[in-house]
Design a protein around this ligand. Structure first.
Ligand code: UDP
Ligand code: MG
Length: 310
């Protein structure tokens, strides 16, 4: 390998992917045979519990341009991706999943667009039939809500699979937050962006590690990272309820003055008390969510820890 930096860095987070790495590498090598530029492949082992690390170590011995960043434990995909981007040296960087759901052939199109002068080239999934219906519907719902209430717009069906120029990656590295919602961060950066459409395939082997609960939390992370609307909405709920209370209160006073006091009213009273209690708890819950995030950020812990590099 030359000692100058490569043209292209491929960044691949891996969590329990022992079955897939070999197929992935063969595929990548056969695709990248079409370009004249030199490249490196940066694998990030995100605390896998299977033999992923030893497979990766083998590969780095076999190929001079395969690097392995081994994290000290499982930090999650967003952190693993960050670790890989930080370690990458290429003039352009492409993060990709190891499961070949995103077709590597697209990298050739990405590079073409880059050479036309784009700093960012994103892959847009036009066909998600390989994802479950529930995942598709919830994804659609998420993009809608998120884009409605956030300052930045995340393009629909665009994942982490993309090309970024060195200067974009350098800007990305400057974002200090430890709770990293990569899709949002990517969109926040801006730059001249081209879109390449593709069809997302099914996983070649292994299982997705994102189940319903994890995705739900992921969506909450996305929204709370880029929007304060859930906090602000309480001002309006409060105003609305205060107004209704005022009108209702006036009515009760008027009624008492005109017709005298009557005792019944337990049902309406308990309903109002319970309703307000519920509303208040929800408000406090959302406050708590944001305070929790402030708490985590304020500890300023590193996003990931590298144990070794091969
Ligand atoms: N991944 C990771 N750390 C994790 C979970 C996943 O590095 O804690 C990697 C995984 O190895 C794969 C990519 O992130 O390369 C996407 O994961 P997966 O295919 O499970 O997600 P999906 O495609 O279902 O969104
Ligand atoms: Mg996948």
């Amino acid at each position: 390998m030359k000692n100058s930096n490569p043209f292209l860095s491929i960044v691949v987070p891996c969590y329990n992917e022992e079955d897939v790495i070999d197929i992935f590498l063969n595929k990548i090598f056969s695709v990248l045979a079409y370009i004249d530029e030199d490249f490196e492949i940066v694998f990030v082992n995100d605390g896998s519990r299977d033999s992923t690390l030893s497979v990766l170590k083998e590969k780095s011995k076999e190929y001079g341009n395969v690097r392995v960043i081994n994290l000290s434990r499982n930090f999650g995909k967003e952190a693993a991706l960050t670790a890989g981007l930080d370690a990458s040296k290429g003039e352009v960087v492409v993060p990709i999943d190891v499961d070949l759901q995103d077709p590597p052939e697209l990298i050739l199109d990405f590079i073409k667009k880059y050479k036309e002068g784009y700093d960012v080239v994103v892959g847009k999934r036009v066909d998600r039939t390989t994802d479950s219906t529930a995942k598709r519907i919830s994804a659609e719902f998420f993009y809608k809500i998120h884009n409605k209430i956030s300052d930045i717009e995340i393009p629909h069906n665009v994942g982490d699979y993309r090309l970024m120029s060195r200067r974009v990656v350098n800007e990305l590295k400057k974002l200090p937050e430890s709770q990293r919602f990569m899709k949002g961060l990517f969109a926040w950066l801006g730059f001249k962006t081209a879109v390449v459409e593709y069809k997302r395939d099914a996983r070649i082997a292994g299982d997705s590690s994102f189940n319903g609960w994890k995705l739900w939390n992921f969506a909450l992370d996305g929204i709370t990272s880029f929007s304060t609307a859930p906090l602000r909405v309480w001002l309006y709920i409060g105003l609305g309820l205060a107004f209704i209370s005022f009108v209702y209160g006036s009515w009760i006073i008027l009624k008492t003055l005109l017709f005298g006091a009557d005792t019944p009213g337990y049902a309406s009273m308990i309903t109002v008390v319970l309703f307000l209690g519920g509303i208040q708890l929800m408000g406090i819950g959302i406050l708590g969510e944001y305070i929790g995030r402030i708490y985590v950020e304020s500890k300023n812990r590193p996003i990931y820890i590298v144990e070794d590099e091969y």
